[in-house]
Design a protein around this ligand. Structure first.
Ligand SMILES: [Zn+2]
Length: 431
């Protein structure tokens, strides 16, 4: 049992509750009480003095290609079609298992360092992704990616089904779902096959939809339907769906959605790839959304806090309205994403999962603050994350990552050189 002594709690609504003791056991918050009150039935093995700290639920990253941290900075200042066709997909075609493992370790290290306790991953090489998740202890939802246009589509679908069957129930921190890459790389028939397989296994899906205006235009030319309508007609919205982006959603698409549809919005990627101001911004108040980062090769970072910060600033700027998206609302949006993981995390309540961050705001970048949530949203960085905890286990402790980060970084620099010297291969798909 651990005790967080005399903390100020920041709850999921952004309310601050000072002078609390938190007791943590068996991965859960077992008790929250006024600091200093005697709890004779609880005997902590370790006490952290949080008198000058804040404790909140961790952050969730609802859409990441975590392994792409190995490609961070490899394709800068290029439009999406060059980014995919000439850079990322050719390099990815020559990726090794070691690249995927180390890239995923790098991405997880960055996330834990920034107070992320859960990530919805969307990538191939799922054995290595799973291995990295288990080695680090982060909570991860894994959606092995499937390309319907790839020549080995049938084998790949069978491989993913088998992976899921073999690893369901491995760990309470791991959840699994199907990851069709997108509507444009999964033509209707293949999308329907993936959806049917997910239905058979009782699992949700995670896919890219309507990321760019061009994708919507090409979908209309090819099928007469928008990407959302394609998924709807394939039966996809009968399942819980995690939609990455949906930036160019149309008003008619709103009728496809239901209470089990979540959006992972990644504004930093849209800004860097100049993806435009799509309908998402206009319909945001009708959408169930939180923030993702996308891969580090497009967004540069995998920190959802930064994405949330950019979202609020973009809308204030574009609408010429400083009052829109107040910081408490953005905080609530960040916290809402916990629902996707079904782990009872994201709440400062007894029996909730102990996926927590202990914040130190007594640093030059956040002092002197007037509300801790506005300090977090607009001023904080990874140096303010003193401790990160998943299911009661510390993954960052007193400012230091628990994993052997120096070894991961050494390996990454060696792999980065190999990647460049191997060069680009032939991509299986075309954007
Ligand atoms: Zn993505």
């Amino acid at each position: 049992m651990k005790k967080l002594y005399n903390a100020t709690i920041i709850n999921e609504s952004g309310a601050c509750l000072p002078h609390k003791d938190l007791y943590i056991a068996d991965g859960r918050i077992s008790r929250i009480c006024e600091s200093g009150t005697v709890q004779p039935d609880l005997v902590p093995a370790e006490t952290i003095d949080c008198s000058s700290y804040f404790v909140s639920p961790g952050f969730v990253n609802l859409h990441a290609h975590t392994a792409m941290n190995i490609f961070k900075g490899i394709a800068e200042d290029v439009p999406p079609e060059v980014w995919f066709n000439e850079m990322i997909w050719p390099y990815e075609s020559k990726m090794t298992e070691q690249d995927i493992y180390t890239g995923t370790m790098l991405g997880i290290a960055e996330m834990i360092n920034n107070g992320v306790t859960a990530v919805a991953d969307h990538y191939f090489g799922e054995d290595q992704v799973l291995r990295a998740a288990k080695d680090t202890g982060i909570r991860m939802d894994i959606a092995p990616t499937i390309f319907g246009t790839a020549p080995d589509f049938r084998e790949r679908l069978a491989q993913v089904s088998e992976f899921i069957r073999n690893h369901q129930g491995d760990s309470p921190r791991i959840s699994l779902r199907f990851g069709p890459h997108s509507d444009y790389t999964c033509p209707e028939e293949t999308l329907a096959q993936i959806v049917d397989e997910a239905k058979k296994m009782g699992l949700p899906i995670h896919l890219h939809l309507a990321e760019t205006e061009l994708q919507v235009k090409q979908s209309l030319e090819r099928t007469g339907k928008t990407p959302f309508r394609c998924l709807y007609d394939a039966g996809g919205f009968d399942l819980p769906v995690l939609v990455a982006h949906g930036l160019w959603i149309t008003e008619d698409d709103l009728t496809c959605l239901n209470g089990n549809t979540w959006f992972a919005f990644c504004p930093k990627t849209y800004m860097r790839l100049a993806s435009g101001r799509g309908g998402f911004f206009d319909f945001a108040d009708q959408l169930q959304f939180s923030f993702g980062s996308d891969g580090a090769a497009s967004s540069g970072t995998v920190n959802p806090l930064e994405q949330a910060r950019l979202f609020a600033m973009l809308e204030k700027f574009n609408r010429n309205d400083a009052e829109i998206y107040p910081f408490l609302e953005i905080w609530q949006r960040l916290m809402a994403g916990h629902a996707v993981f079904g782990a009872d995390s994201g709440k400062m309540a007894e029996n909730a999962a102990a996926d927590l961050v202990i914040w130190d705001l007594n640093t030059p970048d956040t002092m002197a603050f007037y509300h801790p949530v506005s300090a977090l949203l607009y001023a904080a960085g990874s140096e303010n994350v003193r401790y990160t905890m998943v299911e009661g286990e510390f993954l960052k402790y007193d400012g230091v990552l628990k994993m052997d980060y120096a070894e991961v970084a050494r390996e990454a620099m060696a792999l980065q050189k190999n990647l460049l010297s191997r060069g680009k291969g032939t991509a299986k798909v075309y954007y």
